[in-house]
Design a protein around this ligand. Structure first.
Ligand SMILES: [Zn+2]
Length: 326
C-alpha cells in the first residue's frame, strides 16, 4: 500500500518452469525493486487440472510475498501467451498444458489477496520493466525483443507500452519476413520467430541447443558463427521494419539468446544499416536489456501499478491524458 516513500506493487511472472515474483515501489518518478523470488511452477498429472492448480499457486505465491514483505496496492500477472486484459482471462498458453481459453486468472488472484489484479503478456512485461527501470529508461519510443524459446516483442510509444485494442500489439517476432518461409508456431509462415527462436538457432549452428550454439560461436566455430550471423540477419530485417515504421530512439534486445552479444548484435546492426533508408540511425541506440530473468515479474508489477492508476483517474483517462486501455 502507500508507504512513507511510495506505493508498492506485486508482479508475478508465470513461466512453464518457474513462477517468479517481484515487489516494486513507486515514488514518482522513481521505481525500485524491493524484493523478488521464485518457485517451481506447479502442474498436475491431468492436463485439465493444470489451470486451476497453476492459478492456485499464483494466489499462494502472491499471499506469501505479501505476508513476507508487507501489503501491496495491486498485482500484475505476466503470462507467456495470449490474454484478454479487459476480462483478466487467458486465451492461449502454448507452453503450459490445459484448457486456458477463458480461464479467470486475474479475478481469482485478486479475490485471494484482496487487491486489484491485471494480466499482461510476458514480453510486454519485459519491455515495460526495461522502459521504467532498465535499458529503456528515458526513451520516448522503444522497441524490444526478448530472444529465447520464442521471439517476444514490445513497442513503446510516447513513454508507454502500446497494447493495441486487445493487448497483443508489439509482436515483432511474428512479422512475416519471407512469404514462403518455414511454418511458425503461430500458424503463419516465414515469421521472424520461425528463423530466430532457440531451436532454429541450434539448427542453424549445427548444435543441440541455442546455448551450445552460442558457446561454439564464442569458441570460434565457423559454422556456429555463420549460423548466428544468418539468424542476426533475419532479426535485423524485422528490426529494420519496425524502425522504419516507428523511428524509435531505443532498441532493447534481451532474453537468454542475447548472451551471444556482438556475435548476434553485429549482424543485426549491419542488416538494419542496409535496410533502413528513410530515417537516420544516428539517434537510434541499440542496447542490451539490463534486468535479466526477473524483468517479467518487475514489468508485471509496473503494469498493475499503471493500470490501477489509469482506473483511478476520474474520467477513465490516465493522468497524462492518454487513453487508459489495457
Ligand atoms: Zn509467427
Amino acid at each position: 500500500m502507500t508507504t512513507a516513500t511510495g506505493t508498492r506493487h506485486l508482479g508475478l511472472d508465470l513461466g512453464a518452469t518457474n513462477l517468479k515474483w517481484a515487489i516494486v515501489e513507486h515514488a514518482a518518478p522513481a521505481w525500485r525493486v524491493v524484493a523478488h523470488g521464485q518457485a517451481v511452477t506447479r502442474t498436475a498429472d491431468d492436463p485439465a487440472a493444470v489451470p486451476a492448480t497453476v492459478v492456485a499457486q499464483l494466489a499462494d505465491v502472491a499471499a506469501a510475498a505479501i505476508a513476507g514483505h508487507g501489503p501491496v496496492a495491486s498485482v500484475g500477472i505476466g503470462i507467456a501467451g495470449v490474454c484478454d486484459p479487459a476480462t483478466g482471462t487467458t486465451r492461449f498458453l502454448p507452453n503450459i498444458p490445459g484448457p486456458w481459453a477463458g480461464h479467470p486468472v486475474a479475478g481469482t488472484v485478486a479475490r485471494a489477496v484482496g487487491v486489484p489484479a491485471f494480466l499482461i503478456n510476458d514480453a510486454r512485461a519485459f519491455g515495460l520493466a526495461e522502459l521504467r527501470l532498465g535499458a529503456g529508461r528515458g526513451a520516448s519510443s522503444m522497441i524490444g525483443l526478448t530472444l529465447g524459446t520464442g521471439v517476444g516483442g514490445v513497442v513503446a510509444i510516447g513513454g508507454r507500452v502500446h497494447f493495441g485494442h486487445d493487448g497483443t500489439a508489439g509482436e515483432l517476432g511474428h512479422q512475416t519476413i519471407d512469404p514462403d518461409g518455414p511454418w511458425c508456431t503461430c500458424g503463419n509462415r516465414g515469421c521472424v520467430e520461425a528463423y530466430a527462436r532457440a531451436d532454429q538457432i541450434a539448427a542453424a549452428c549445427g548444435t543441440a541447443t541455442a546455448e551450445e550454439a552460442i558457446g561454439a560461436a564464442q569458441a570460434g566455430d565457423p559454422r556456429a558463427r555463420a549460423g548466428l550471423a544468418d539468424v542476426g540477419r533475419y532479426l535485423g530485417i524485422g528490426i529494420a521494419n519496425a524502425i522504419t515504421v516507428l523511428t524509435p530512439d531505443r532498441v532493447v534486445v534481451g532474453g537468454g539468446v542475447a548472451a551471444a552479444g556482438e556475435l548476434l548484435l553485429g549482424p543485426i546492426r549491419a542488416e538494419v544499416a542496409r535496410r533502413v533508408t528513410m530515417t537516420s540511425l544516428e539517434a537510434v541506440t541499440f542496447v542490451a536489456a539490463e534486468l535479466g530473468t526477473i524483468a517479467g515479474a518487475i514489468g508485471a508489477a509496473v503494469h498493475g501499478a499503471e493500470r490501477s492508476a489509469d482506473e483511478h483517474s476520474a474520467d477513465g483517462r490516465s493522468a497524462d491524458g492518454r487513453e487508459a486501455r489495457t
